[in-house]
Each structure stands twice: as C-alpha cells, then as structure tokens.
Design a protein around this ligand. Structure first.
Ligand code: KIV
Ligand code: ZN
Length: 507
C-alpha cells in the first residue's frame, strides 16, 4: 500500500454488536473461525466481544488473541472498573490489543439510564480511560448516543478523555437517527476541534437504513475509522455493513480521493457466507454487494446489455468481492489436491487435520451427489471447522414409519467413547428425533426455531438445518448438514446441545 494513501481503518464489530442481533449468538469455535477470516479480510481492528458480559465471551476473546496476530484485538467495556479489568485480562496474550470503553453522553441517556449529572459522566469517563491505560496503550472511548448529544458537552468530554490518553474517539449514532449530511456536519466540527489529537471513528446504526451512508459522509468529513459488521448484522436494524462502506470507497474513488482501506475485497464474499452460515441469518436476497441477487440480471434488456458490454448494467465485478464462478465442478473422481485447491480458492486455510476430515466428508457426499458445487464445499468446510465435536456425536439414526402423526426414532450417540442407544416416540418425525436425543443425553431442550434450506438446486441437494434450542432458558444455535434432512436435523440439535455444554464447561 502506498505511503501517501489516506487509510480509513476498518473496525469490525460482527463478534460484538453483530452478536447482539436477535438469534445471532455464536459459540467459541465459530467466533475463532470468524476472527481468522476477519484477519484474512484485512480488518484493522476486530472487536472480539464484551469480556465482562459472560465467561463465554471472556474465553472467546482470550482464544481469539491466540490465533490473531495481525489485526488489533479489542474488547468492549462499560466505563466501570470491573469491565475494564476483565477486558484487560482477556487481552493479555494479544499481540496488538485495544480496550474500547464507553459511557452515554446524550441528555436522555444521562438522565434516565445512568441517572448521572454531566460532570459525573465526565469524571467516570476520564477515570475509565486512565484505568484502561494501565492494561493497554491503545484505548478507544465512545460517547454512546453521540448522535443525540449536545455539541458543547461532546467537546468537553472528548477533550478530557484525550488528555487521559484515549487515542480513538468514537462517535456512535446509537439509535440510527441522523441523516448523512447531519452526521457529516457533526464529524466536521469535531474534526476541527480534535485537530489530529486522536483518530475519529464512527459507529452508525441502521434504524432508518442510513448506516452506511452516514459512515461514508463521516469519512468525507474527517472520520478515519468506520465501525461496521459483515452483512450489516447488529443490534435492532443492524450496523453499517462492511461490504457496503468498503466497496463504495473502492468504486467511487472519484469521491473518496486518495483514500483507501486495508481490506482485501476478494475475501468479502467468503466472509459473508461464513457469517450467514454460522448465525443462520441470511442477508436479504437484494442486499447490496452480498445478497443472492446482487449480481443477477433478470430482465431481458439487462441481460442483453450485460452480454454486449458488462459495464452497461454493472458497476463492479462479482470477482472483486470473491464471488467467482468455477467452470470445473468437482465430483466423485476429484482428488484431494483438487479439493484443497478449490477450498483455498473459496478462502479457506485448512490445517492438515481439517483438510483430511473435510475431504472424507466430501467423498461421502460425492458418492451420492453427482456434481459438488462451491456452495456444497463451503458448507462442508464451515461445518467441519466450526462444529464443536466434544460431548455428543451422532453415530446412527433410524426412523420407523409415521402412523397417524406418531413416529419412532432410534439413535446411537457417542459420548465419552461410549456408544449409547435408545428409541423414542414423538408427535411426528422431527419430534421423535429430538426426543431420542433428549432421552440419551438426559437434557431437555426446548425447540425455538427450526429451518431447512437446500444448499444448492436439485433433488439431491444437501440439506442444511438450523435449529435454535433453549437449554436452561438460554438459546443455542445448532447446524446440521446432510443429504438426508432428518440426519441433518439430529446433527443440528446435537450441535446446539454441544454449544450449551461448552458454555457450561467455561463457567
Ligand atoms: O451503538 C453503540 O453506541 C455501541 C457502543 C457501545 C459503541 O454499540
Ligand atoms: Zn452499536
């Protein structure tokens, strides 16, 4: 990257704000895999979680610091000593680390939520930044609800925390209220005030669908860090989406003159698929950049134009985001080398053990499915690298005819090197499958959501089942992949149980 480029840092909060999306909780193994992809994508800062939120969050951040050595790993912390201490402890092993502490600065939040006076808020903010500096040098401070805060107060608190050592000042539009030109004006004024004493960051929510536009207007007015998420995941309507802000800056170089990001845009699509698979939240089909239809041309006039000259209806190429069509389809006769090569092209960096196991699954599938598409391979590998294998593992499942809605399932499940077999009757096949797992494991899950998707087209498509199950009133996601929907369902349910047990083990 040329030295005279003006770099806008990308701060990815998929693992923190993204995980706050309803139903998007991820297990530690999934978070580690995502963090590795984010680093590969070129994200400057990975907000790996909120260390004080739970033992699971703390452990996930700690484990991420062991596999990420290029990006800065960051933990969120309220402006409370215990939160900051936890963040500092979780980050101890990180090569590059940051604590991101925040307190609300809008009149409505200070009065009703914090019940603190503005002076008390400033004092707490300064104490928190100073305390965070005892753990790390790189401290970011956020004025929560800055979008609805008063400018004189913002300046006062920002000045105080910069003097206490904050290097990045984040201006969140927490409730997604501002319009692009308003956000631009706020950042312009703060940029003049801060006068290069700290980096200005923005964190825009999407309640009015303006998060990406607000972030980009902020950049045009002096912000040099954007907080965003893959697929725009996040609290409520989500955050600014990484792919939108990055691709806009790339495509509209005429406006974002001399500015750049460190993102390798060819890793955008693989990262998007990984997040969608792990969270079970698919981007809407018409989602900009990564939606299923983002590069599809349905109308005859458009198709004709694109065939004659691509640029007639396309402002970017699918290859730029890593979405390329491979002409060679893999199948039964494809060897390990071809599989490894395709996995690498799809953005996976597999250890020898992961490759061996994923290849075995590929071979099994190829015995039953003639053509293995990229989507199948992506699924097989994601399933392989993110599935928690400890605890329970499905060995065998047999189903008896379903009569008048009553069905019987018999299963063998491995647990601590023992094979346990039992049978159960349920109201319908799915119920019998989940009941037999409950009987064998001794846990009683409450099913909250159940979805089946076909990975590709055709009758022999792989079935992907996503379940959300409550254990001890907490929700866990499980994924199952198989050409047989019932086996995929059993695997998904066991996956959710394993996630729950791994959480319990951390505690
Ligand atoms: O939206 C928000 O204000 C946040 C802060 C914690 C940065 O997520
Ligand atoms: Zn947020």
């Amino acid at each position: 990257m040329s030295k005279d480029k003006d770099i806008v840092k990308i701060f990815d909060t998929t693992l923190r704000d993204g995980e706050q999306s309803p139903g998007a909780s991820m297990n530690t193994k999934e978070k580690i895999e995502i963090a590795k992809h984010l680093q590969k994508l070129g994200v400057d800062i990975i907000e790996a979680g909120f260390a004080a939120a739970s033992d699971g969050d703390f452990d996930a951040i700690k484990q991420i610091t062991r596999v990420v050595d290029k990006s800065i790993v960051c933990s969120l912390a309220r402006a409370i000593d215990n939160d900051i201490k936890k963040a500092g402890e979780a980050l101890v092993e990180a090569k590059y680390k940051r604590i991101h502490t925040f307190i609300a600065t809008s009149p409505i939040h200070m009065q009703y939520k914090l019940k603190m006076t503005p002076d008390e808020v400033i004092k707490r903010a300064v104490e928190s930044v100073s305390y965070a500096k005892t753990f790390v040098d790189d401290v970011e401070f956020s004025c929560e609800d800055a979008g609805r805060s008063e400018m004189p107060f913002l300046k006062e608190i920002i000045d105080a925390v910069i003097n206490a050592g904050a290097k990045t000042i984040n201006i969140p539009d927490t409730v997604g209220y501002r319009l692009p030109m308003e956000m631009g004006e706020i950042i312009k004024e703060l940029n003049e005030f801060i006068d290069n004493r700290a980096t200005i960051s923005v964190h825009c929510h999407n309640d009015l669908g303006l998060a990406s536009a607000n972030s980009l207007f902020s950049v045009l007015n002096g912000a040099r860090q954007i907080e965003c998420t893959i697929n725009g995941l996040g609290e409520r309507a989500g955050n600014a989406s990484l792919e939108e802000v990055v691709m806009t800056m790339k495509i509209r170089k005429d406006i974002f003159k001399n500015m750049d990001t460190n993102i390798n845009t060819k890793e955008i699509y693989p990262a998007s698929r990984l997040i969608a698979t792990v969270t079970g939240i698919e981007p809407q089909p018409n989602k900009a950049i990564v939606g299923k239809n983002a590069f599809a041309h349905e109308s005859g006039i458009h198709q004709d134009g694109v065939l004659k000259h691509k640029e007639t209806y396309e402002i970017m190429r699918a290859e730029d985001i890593g979405l390329s069509k491979n002409s060679i389809v893999l199948g039964k006769l494809s060897g390990r080398h071809a599989f490894k090569d395709r996995a690498e092209k799809l953005g996976f960096d597999l250890s020898d053990e992961e490759l061996k196991s994923a290849f075995e699954r590929f071979k099994k599938l190829a015995d039953r499915k003639r053509e293995i598409a990229d989507a199948d391979i992506r699924m097989i590998i994601t399933d392989e690298t993110t599935t928690i294998k400890d605890f329970y593992k499905l060995v065998n499942l047999q189903l008896a005819d379903c009569q008048d809605g009553l069905a019987t399932a018999a299963a063998t499940i491995e647990f601590e090197d023992n094979k346990l077999t039992d049978a159960a009757v349920g109201d319908g096949t799915i119920d019998s499958v989940f009941k037999v797992i409950d009987r064998i494991s001794g846990y009683n899950g409450v099913l909250k959501d159940y979805r089946v998707e076909a990975v590709t087209e055709g009758r022999d498509a792989l079935a992907k089942v996503i379940v959300k199950v409550n254990f001890d009133k907490e929700t866990f996601i499980g994924h199952g992949l198989n050409i047989d929907t019932m086996i995929a369902s059993a695997k998904a349910y066991i996956g959710a149980l394993n996630s729950y047990l791994s959480m319990k083990k951390v505690k």
